[in-house]
Design a protein around this ligand. Sequence first.
Ligand SMILES: Nc1ncnc2c1ncn2[C@@H]1O[C@H](COP(=O)(O)OP(=O)(O)OP(=O)(O)O)[C@@H](O)[C@H]1O
Ligand SMILES: [Mg+2]
Length: 338
Amino acid sequence: MKIIAVVNQKGGCGKTITAVNLSAALSKNYRVLLIDLDPQGHATFSLKANTNFTITDIFEKISQEQPLPQESLFTSLSESFSIVSSSIGLASLEHKLTSHSSKLRLLSSFLKIITGFDYVILDCPPNLGVLTLNALFASDYCLIPLMACDFSLRGVEILKNILIMVKESSDKTPTPFFLLTQVDNRSRFSREFLDKTRQQFGNLLLKTNIRTNVCLKEAVSRGEHIFNYKPYSRGAQDFTELAKEIDRITTKTAWAALFLKGKDLTDVYVVGDFNNWKKQETYKMSKIGDDIWSVNISLEKGKYRYKFIAEGKWFADPHNKLTENDNFGGKNSLIIAE
Ligand SMILES: Nc1ncnc2c1ncn2[C@@H]1O[C@H](COP(=O)(O)OP(=O)(O)OP(=O)(O)O)[C@@H](O)[C@H]1O
Ligand SMILES: [Mg+2]
């Protein structure tokens, strides 16, 4: 079961549209559960999916160590697409949980006990509070929608810092991928923006773009996903492509999400067993914030040693506790890809 959080603290960047329509697209070939983690309940409304048992009830039961009902935990939207809806009570629950000792792991605990799904998609609220952190601690991947032509990369930097915190306090970090949404290919300005973003983000950015399409908006107001409302629209095409790309990314390989914090660096590379310790463009890290460098490496299962190279110096990953002595009196960092 692969768990994907759709996350960005910025409001209105396309999280819910992505969570709903990616879930629907994946459900053509896989069993998918969509969980609405936003007290605003937009995913719930946009699929007309109000249910008696909500994510609020699930959090309450798990936090009080009470059993969950055997039936009607999920609501079926089709044979292979189910949802756990949200409720406004989720907002106050967030406050109640503040003093709970494992408040950030409640969703992980829940997801460990459920079966019968290939993908779980989490639609997060527009903040980095307890609910979003629960999603990040529980997920294998996070998908970060960025509105095309939005230059405020500061938001990305804050989110990356949160991911670093998750990595440092957990044995599992979600591998982040960025997705451009509300793309308009017709304007030159927009195309230039896409080229620049692609250069800057390297392989952290998905190849699929979600173009602006009024049908996507109309589908929301009708309470349907795009494949029910307008299956031949551009929106439906884009989400089909996105599902294929997500399928490739999540089923074929293991991923290591590496990052380095450092100011005044010009180029940073990762070298290791996986590239014969040679500097290669695929393993060049992307600068995604003022002082944050990041790269995702796809690997076959196994154990790998690596180092970073910056400003001509070779050094172990300062954010990875797993190390091994090298033959030169220093340390190599280790990745165990599972
Ligand atoms: N590709 C698109 N084409 C047309 N409209 C879009 C597209 N993506 C998003 N929108 C519209 O932009 C608005 C914001 O989208 P959405 O609700 O998915 O963002 P969000 O990040 O979930 O917002 P919030 O942070 O409030 O939860 C909605 O009105 C949606 O219909
Ligand atoms: Mg939303």
